[in-house]
Write a protein that binds this ligand. Structure first.
Ligand code: KG4
Ligand code: ZN
Length: 357
């Protein structure tokens, strides 16, 4: 039996992604981003993102099919992100996927975007082919995922990609990438802020300012104690306010703002609290393999400190290439292939966009 050939569609935020996989073998992963259209607003504008998906979808699909050297009729199934994400943006991808499924008479799988970020971890490194049942590998037991992007900050425990996913913790306000973007704006570093802060921090002192670690108890400096229900949750809004206050103090005093030191100290605060809480949640839930996903996974300090803390806790850390950490269609296709292989029933063609879940 051949591994399923699956087309994956992703439109939950500002990336229009179409990916094609056979089992865990990636044949195409075409991404078109509307990022540049959002730059002057300093963040993703939902309606602009939705309109951009509408324009980019068919060319992106065409290119993915050409790259894979297949036609739509060849695929075994179509998978599409059903949520969470921006409602209007999701609806463009879902509508397109439904149309294709109906026209080509293919089963449709509406998938969860967060779980798809984890599914990408199953794709073959360097495209080597994989033996096993229907050419599929499965996730190691006790896998966790830390997802950090402009839209989400979550830690998940994945018993099975097809049936057992548990949300252990998430941000209660801004996403980690959003905190980077807003802070970069305060520092006049432009958008997207993550790469700008990452670069500015390289020449700064991360100990110059002591910025708050949200949802931890400051009196236990260096520990991650937090009140019960927020034990595994994050909060970044207080941090943003603290940075604004620091910048203001320099401006009021008429002194130059130490941008590199503030960027480095801010980054250290974010990365410290993300990694400390993720590793603790993983430890408490028996997670032995942790996957990193989302655009913030590109951050050098995050990679470094997470690797250090995972090693100390005996957790194996897996970091996919950055092109697969950010939103893309191959991750959706990879999860779709798992669902097909597991014999999961397809979704109805009336499946709604679920922006909240
Ligand atoms: O996954 P992604 O491309 O899109 C979604 O948000 O869904 O992530 C983009 C986010 C932005 O907030 C961006 O500032 C952040 O990832 N980012 C970074 C870095 N590169 C991108 N944050 C910190 N350090 C980086 N090097
Ligand atoms: Zn994402």
């Amino acid at each position: 039996r051949r591994a399923p050939l699956v087309l994956g569609i992703e439109t939950s935020c500002d990336e229009t992604g179409v990916g094609i996989v056979r089992g865990t073998h990636m044949l195409a992963n075409t991404v078109s981003s509307s990022m540049e259209e959002h730059v002057r607003f300093g963040g993703v504008i939902p309606e602009i993102a939705a309109r951009a998906h509408l324009e980019a979808f068919v060319p992106t699909l065409r290119q993915a099919l050409d790259t894979a050297g297949i036609e739509l009729r060849d695929v075994d199934a179509i998978a599409v992100t059903a949520g969470p994400g921006l409602a209007g943006a999701l609806m463009v991808g879902l509508s397109a996927a439904k149309g294709l499924a109906l026209a080509a008479d293919k089963p449709l799988y509406g998938v969860n975007h967060l779980v798809a970020h984890v599914g990408v971890g199953l794709l073959d490194p360097a495209g080597e082919s994989v033996a096993g049942p229907a050419g599929l590998r499965t996730l190691p037991e006790n896998t966790g995922a830390l997802l950090v992007s402009g839209g989400h900050t979550e830690i998940l425990r994945i018993g099975s990609l097809t049936s057992d996913v548990q949300l252990l913790g998430s941000t209660i306000d801004d996403a980690a990438g959003e905190a980077f973007d807003k802070t970069a704006r305060l520092l006049g570093l432009g958008y997207p802020g993550g790469p700008a802060i990452d670069a500015a921090a390289a020449t700064g002192d991360p100990r110059a300012f002591r910025f708050p670690r949200g949802l931890t108890m400051p009196k236990f400096e260096g520990s991650v104690e937090a009140p019960g229900k927020h034990r595994h949750n994050w909060s970044f809004s207080g941090l943003k306010t603290a940075v604004a206050r620091a910048v203001e103090q320099f401006e009021v005093a008429g002194r130059p703002v130490p941008v590199a030191d503030i960027a480095a100290s801010f980054q250290e605060a974010v990365v410290d609290v993300i990694t400390a809480k993720a590793v603790r949640a993983a430890g408490e839930h028996g997670i032995t393999t942790l996957m990193l996903g989302g655009g913030v996974a590109a951050n050098k300090r995050l990679r470094e400190l997470l690797a250090e803390r995972c090693a100390a806790a005996g957790i194996e850390l897996r970091i996919p290439p950055v092109s697969l950490c950010t939103d893309n269609g191959a991750m959706v296709a990879a999860l779709g292939a798992q669902l097909v292989a597991a014999g999961v029933a397809p979704s109805s063609l009336q499946i709604p966009a679920d922006s909240s879940q």
